[in-house]
Design a protein around this ligand. Structure first.
Ligand SMILES: [Zn+2]
Ligand SMILES: [Zn+2]
Length: 108
């Protein structure tokens, strides 16, 4: 079993090992979708502690993609507020009715 200090070192190493960025290497497009980038939702989840995520609301510009949706559901977030629809792949939220999805529109 790892001690806290060993765990901290592992986490720091993971953060400092960087994959190439889209801005350095160009986008890696598969099915009309860049798979190189780390989506903003994932970055936001990485910046939070489990306590901060549990029961939280995430505000995103675009509806989360399937990969981000799975992470959001598994992270304990309970509400997703988004502005625009996005490349539709699979609606994991339809299988997670405990997560509230709100699509903001310009209409009132
Ligand atoms: Zn890209
Ligand atoms: Zn995504």
């Amino acid at each position: 079993m790892l001690k806290i200090e060993e765990l901290r070192v592992l986490v720091i190493m993971e953060v400092t090992i960087q994959l190439p960025h889209c801005t350095d290497e160009g986008c890696l497009i598969i099915d009309d979708h860049c798979v190189r980038t780390i989506h903003a939702e994932v970055n936001a989840l990485l910046e939070c502690s489990p306590d901060e995520r549990n029961g939280a609301t995430i505000y995103v510009t675009d509806r989360p993609c399937a990969e981000c949706s799975k992470l959001i559901i598994s992270s304990g977030i309970k509400k997703v507020v988004y502005g625009r629809d996005y490349h539709f792949d699979f609606d994991w939220f339809s299988l997670a009715p405990w997560v509230e999805i709100i699509h903001l529109t310009a209409e009132r």
